[in-house]
Write a protein that binds this ligand. Structure first.
Ligand code: HEC
Ligand code: HEC
Ligand code: HEC
Ligand code: HEC
Ligand code: HEC
Length: 215
């Protein structure tokens, strides 16, 4: 971990230095290179140990995302729920289902369910859920219609160009913060106009300088 980090910060520092050295024209050239979109991981849908469906729980049943991802509004990391959260219902709902056998085992033994992580950023990138969610960026902007997914799938490239596209023009993706988990929300007027008003009221300024995301 430490080795990767220092190696990469070295790369980042060199690039930052090169941008400064080359001045404005060189800077634009270098930007075109680093912002070239790469979609390598879009579509990534790893198989999960339990056939848990967001479409059923968050879509059909209408459970709020924060019932399970309870840290998303107050921490960098969006917690994956513990088995106890599942068992709030599944001690009574489908208590004998074969599809829930691993969940019951986990509850008995205390060994966590080995969920497979879907979305990744390299260690040298700083990301924070709370900052986005409290500013009014919905889960749907970055994760798509999870409430319609049986299995979670990565729908955005999560690369630097993608982050910067929004940081330069966040207005179309800003909504009242209390609506961030309403993935099917439709604005009743121009979304960018609503966004601009919130941006002004809350003084929202996403970082576009290198050290904003590479700390
Ligand atoms: C009943 C609990 C529950 C609810 C409600 C829930 N989730 Fe999840 N979520 C999980 C579990 C368990 C996982 C890990 C397994 C998986 O990826 O399917 C997960 C995984 C995810 C992931 C992938 C995380 C990764 O590994 O990168 C995203 C994104 C996500 N949820 C978004 C949402 C959104 C958006 C909502 C609301 C629309 C929501 N979840 C509602 C339980 C829940
Ligand atoms: C608020 C209550 C509630 C919570 C919390 C909950 N579930 Fe469910 N779950 C349900 C209901 C209701 C069904 C549908 C039962 C049916 O089909 O009759 C269901 C169905 C399922 C099924 C399909 C079972 C089958 O035999 O078809 C799985 C698997 C499942 N849930 C996993 C989970 C996991 C994993 C968690 C925790 C991350 C979880 N559930 C949290 C209520 C809940
Ligand atoms: C601005 C984009 C963005 C928004 C908005 C966003 N996420 Fe994420 N999410 C990410 C990225 C990027 C990752 C991967 C983070 C990493 O690997 O460091 C991630 C990872 C996750 C994970 C896996 C655990 C973790 O933190 O790595 C879950 C669960 C998740 N998001 C749920 C949600 C939910 C629920 C919402 C809405 C309340 C949401 N996210 C809003 C970009 C976003
Ligand atoms: C859809 C729009 C959107 C996307 C996509 C997005 N961001 Fe942001 N980002 C924002 C907004 C809005 C803020 C809040 C700025 C504020 O409150 O002043 C923000 C803030 C931040 C901050 C400052 C947080 C803090 O605690 O200081 C960082 C760092 C950041 N984003 C990193 C990223 C990274 C890395 C990615 C890509 C993986 C990304 N963002 C993708 C809109 C976005
Ligand atoms: C809004 C967040 C954000 C800002 C601002 C940002 N980056 Fe990045 N950067 C990322 C993300 C996310 C990645 C990892 C994904 C990727 O490779 O595109 C990354 C990757 C990189 C990499 C590794 C690329 C590779 O191909 O391995 C370098 C070098 C880099 N950034 C340099 C910079 C420089 C120089 C700046 C300032 C001009 C900058 N970054 C500003 C988010 C950001």
């Amino acid at each position: 971990m430490a080795a990767i980090f220092s190696k990469t910060s070295d790369v980042v520092l060199k690039i930052a230095g090169a941008l400064l050295g080359l001045g404005v024209v060189g800077g634009i050239g270098a930007y075109a290179w680093i912002s070239h979109p790469r979609n390598l991981e879009t579509g990534y849908t790893p198989e999960q140990p339990v056939k848990y469906s967001h479409k059923l729980h968050a879509g059909n049943m209408g459970m709020d995302c924060t019932y399970c991802h309870y840290t998303v509004t107050k921490a960098a990391y969006a917690a994956i729920p513990t088995t106890e959260v599942c068992m709030n219902c599944h001690t009574k709902v489908k208590p004998n289902s074969a599809k829930l056998e691993l969940v019951r085992d986990s509850y008995k033994t205390g060994n966590p369910i080995p969920w497979v992580k879907v979305h990744f950023l390299p260690d040298y990138v700083y990301f924070n859920h709370q900052a986005h969610v409290t500013a009014g960026v919905s889960c749907v902007s970055c994760h798509g219609r999870v409430d319609q997914m049986i299995e979670v799938k990565q729908v955005q490239p999560l690369n630097m160009a993608w982050c910067l596209d929004c940081h330069r023009n966040p207005a179309p993706n800003i909504r009242p913060a209390e609506l961030v988990t309403k993935l099917d929300w439709k604005p009743d007027r121009d979304a960018a106009e609503i966004g601009r008003e919130i941006i002004q009221a809350k003084n929202i300024q996403p970082p576009v300088h290198c050290s904003g995301c590479h700390r």
